[in-house]
Design a protein around this ligand. Structure first.
Ligand code: NAD
Ligand code: UDP
Length: 331
């Protein structure tokens, strides 16, 4: 298969590209490096079938040759990122999704949209099944992300119903693993970075709010199962392992062997209080369920962060931007 991955140089996108290349597919990775980096896919450069092209998907989107699948993953995803980039987030969720759907229509390809558990907002139903309509504040600060994704879902359905495009929607719940940016502001990279540095670990509010956390390898398996199916979704993909943020902070301190203390910081506005996927549908229609225990995933992620820290301590000079420009253009 020939697969276009938008946002392919991000955290999830780079894992998708890696797995697709490993199974023998061709990959066109499109990214503007807004919140991702070419370094995330540097190990794939030069591999047969892999091509990285610097593109903003909110501009006109053009790919030469046949395309079987479009995995539309471009979008800032961490609250810190999308609150700093509100207009870029709304544009990529709306105009970017329009272009990705247009590409899928032109190439008669299947498109899988990376939607999010944030479409459920601060949920009043627990755990959240796909039939739940959500509880979102459209004019709250998180509205820029939540409403962009809700719009993207509606647009995806409109292309399916009006133009017959083969589409699938996945609602992704909190995922963690190697290649998360240490400064992306999400709880797990923050806690690991802080614990490894012996700095105070910052828990928002009293830390009783929960998330359900999935190791990246499991998530990628679920996304590819959706890409290989013809199910329209939406399908929740996530690990139902639910944990309070204070307990997660304590767990990471223990696993890193850190002596960090916990400090409490202000809780962000509209921060969801509870979140857990109902994964019945994913089991039934995709035969998918997460297999990596969360503790094992945390060990692997901590090991990766440690290795990064060491690498940067003996760091090589940064790449010459002019020398890498032709690589970024996919030449
Ligand atoms: P990320 O920020 O690491 O990756 C997003 C990538 O999209 C980045 O490489 C960024 O440069 C790129 N991008 C942004 N705007 C673009 C544009 N206009 N044109 C081209 N590229 C653009 O985030 P992630 O965690 O890998 O998330 C990927 C996708 O999965 C997002 O759509 C996100 O909403 C969704 N998602 C992620 C999670 C999670 O836990 N990681 C949860 C729910 C949904
Ligand atoms: N959080 C925290 N400390 C941090 C960063 C985040 O306690 O340093 C909290 C945040 O307020 C939220 C939870 O951790 O309640 C998960 O936040 P994250 O940004 O990882 O994911 P999201 O809110 O998008 O689910």
């Amino acid at each position: 298969m020939r697969v276009v991955v938008t946002g392919g140089a991000g955290f999830l996108g780079s894992h998708l590209c890696e797995r697709l290349i490993k199974r023998g597919d061709e990959v066109v990775c499109l990214d503007n490096f807004l919140t991702g980096s070419a370094a995330n896919v540097a190990h794939l450069q030069g591999r047969a079938g892999f091509r990285l092209v610097r593109t903003d998907v909110t501009d006109y989107l053009h790919v030469v040759g046949p395309v079987d699948v479009v995995l539309h993953f471009a979008s800032p995803a961490s609250p810190v990122d999308y609150l700093q980039l509100p207009i870029e987030t709304l544009k990529v969720g709306s105009i970017g999704t329009l272009h990705a759907l247009g590409l899928a229509k032109e190439k008669a390809a299947r498109l899988v949209l990376a939607s999010t558990s944030e479409v459920y907002g601060d949920p009043e139903v627990h755990p959240q099944p796909e039939t739940y309509w959500g509880h979102v504040n459209p004019v709250g600060r998180r509205g820029v992300y939540d409403e962009a994704k809700r719009f993207a879902e509606a647009l995806t359905l409109a292309y399916r119903n009006t133009h017959g495009v083969d589409t699938g929607i996945v609602r992704i719940f909190n995922t963690f693993g190697p290649r998360m940016r240490p400064d992306d502001g999400r709880a797990i990279p923050n806690f690991i970075r802080q614990a490894l540095a012996g700095e105070p670990v910052t828990v928002a509010g009293d830390g009783k709010q929960t998330r359900s956390i999935c190791y990246v390898d499991d998530l990628i398996t679920g996304i590819l199962a959706m890409a290989d199916s013809d199910h329209p979704g939406p399908v929740n993909i996530g690990n139902p392992h639910e944990i309070a943020m204070l307990d997660l902070a304590r767990w990471i301190i223990e696993l890193t062997g850190s002596e960090s203390e916990i400090v409490h910081i202000e809780r962000p506005v509209d921060d969801p209080t509870i979140r857990q996927p109902d994964t019945t549908l994913a089991r039934e229609v995709l035969g998918w369920e997460p297999l990596v225990p969360v503790e094992e995933g945390l060990h692997r992620t901590i090991a990766w962060f440690r290795a990064q820290e060491q690498e940067h301590a003996f760091s090589v000079p940064p790449l010459d931007p002019q020398a890498t420009e032709h690589i970024l253009r996919g030449e």
